[in-house]
Design a binder for this molecule. Structure first.
Ligand code: GLY
Length: 400
């Protein structure tokens, strides 16, 4: 039985981590030790978090100064990250307390498979049920994931060529760069069902976004408003960034990750080119700091005093590790080295929470929604999720 479980966990690691790398990367042996300790520490942290979680709620954030949590219901866009992180930590530690907690919360989450009011079903359902299905493939998970893909597909419009992100006013068809992260669920659905309509929606969305969302310098706008009757772009603006013309750091990270993933799923080189262009925007930006933990917006007015966003950094690290496996040797080394430095910095005391602190979250200093003045300089579930994923990718590359 143990052998079978170990085999299934190894399959999960290979299929979900996407860190094949044909070059020998100069790894930092200290970092490997630090990462192994990070997983032990993170498992202990998530046990603190789970003890503080009301039965049908999901963690959103925690405010250290007031010692207060913020929780959400299952419809919040981040609800999949908590079970997803528990499963990543279980994969590394084999701690069944974490696995059992993931199973408990998946049961609360599963009703979202029929939610057609959000574009975030990829985040919510693939990071959670997708991971669970890789550890323990089951027809129940498959059905939930296929229903989720069907629900997401209802938000696609052929005239615009995009999945609608937010339900705006009647004259609004709003699409955000973050939506690139929801396509994996659709690629998976075609692979499993043989129904190519999911795949076609995903590539059409990626193509339309590639055409309209990017500036000449390869940074992206956060929000586009389309004319639903003609597909014309009406407005290019921001919701979570500093300004309409600024480069919101997490948006750049979502684009980088999303196009890397779309290349993986399609093998179409134009998506790899797009991912490389985004990477070059980030890496060569004069305000990308030397420790590689991005400011919350590349154009924040108070740089170098501006807040950093640990979530953007974790997403960038994970994406760069995957991308380093698809490019030439020079780029591969540049991406790997950058990701390695990000992981090292996130593992340091400035960003990694001390045992028992931070409400049980792993990382500190994320920026959720600055213009809204919400979730500023706090732990975030997606920072933890992509940090865990990036560390697994790193281990896979250096231990190959
Ligand atoms: N998808 C919303 C965010 O990145 O904050």
């Amino acid at each position: 039985m143990r052998i079978i479980i170990t085999f299934l966990i190894l399959c999960f690691a290979c299929k979900n981590i996407h860190a094949q790398n044909k070059y020998h990367q100069k790894s930092d042996k200290d970092l490997l030790k630090i990462i192994n300790k990070n997983f032990t520490d993170a498992a202990a942290q998530y046990k603190v978090l789970m003890q503080n979680l009301p039965a049908d709620k999901f963690p959103k954030t925690y405010f250290p100064i007031t010692d207060k949590y913020e929780f959400s219901n299952s419809g919040w866009w981040c609800s999949g990250f908590y079970p997803g992180t528990l499963l990543y930590l279980y994969q590394q530690t084999k701690d069944t307390v974490l696995y059992n907690e993931a199973m408990r919360i998946l049961n609360v989450l599963k009703k979202e498979q029929f939610n057609t009011g959000t574009h975030d079903l990829g985040f919510m359902m693939y990071c959670s049920f997708g991971n669970a299905n890789l550890i323990n493939p089951s027809s129940v998970y498959k059905e939930i994931l296929l229903n989720s893909a069907k629900s997401l597909s209802t938000r696609f419009d052929t005239t615009v060529g995009c999945i609608k992100s937010w339900n705006g006013k009647p004259n609004e068809y709003l699409v955000i760069i973050d939506n690139m992260m929801n396509l994996k669920l659709l690629f998976w659905a075609t692979e499993v069902s043989g129904d190519s309509s999911f795949y076609r929606i995903a590539v059409t969305h990626a193509n339309t976004t590639m055409k309209n969302h990017f500036r000449a310098d390869n940074s992206s706008y956060h929000v586009l408003n389309y004319n639903a009757a003609t597909g014309a772009v009406l407005q290019k603006k921001t919701a979570q960034g500093f300004a309409d013309e600024s480069a919101w750091a997490r948006g750049q990270a979502w684009g980088l990750y999303g196009y890397t993933e779309t290349y993986r799923e399609t093998k179409d080189k134009k998506y790899l080119d797009q991912a490389n262009k985004i990477a070059q925007f980030i890496l060569s930006h004069p305000d990308f700091p030397s420790d590689k933990i991005a400011y919350w917006d590349f154009n924040a007015p108070d740089i170098p005093g501006a807040l950093r966003d640990a979530s953007a950094a974790a997403i960038m690290a994970s994406a760069l590790l995957e991308l380093s496996g698809y490019v030439n040797k020079k780029l591969s080394k540049e991406y790997f080295k950058t990701a390695q430095l990000i992981l090292k910095k996130l593992s340091g005391e400035k960003y990694k929470a001390a045992a028992g602190s931070n409400g049980g979250f792993i990382l500190k200093h994320g920026v959720g929604h600055m213009p809204n003045k919400t979730e500023i300089d706090v732990p975030l579930t997606y920072a933890d999720y992509y940090f865990a994923e990036a560390m697994i990718r790193y281990k896979q590359i250096v231990n190959k």
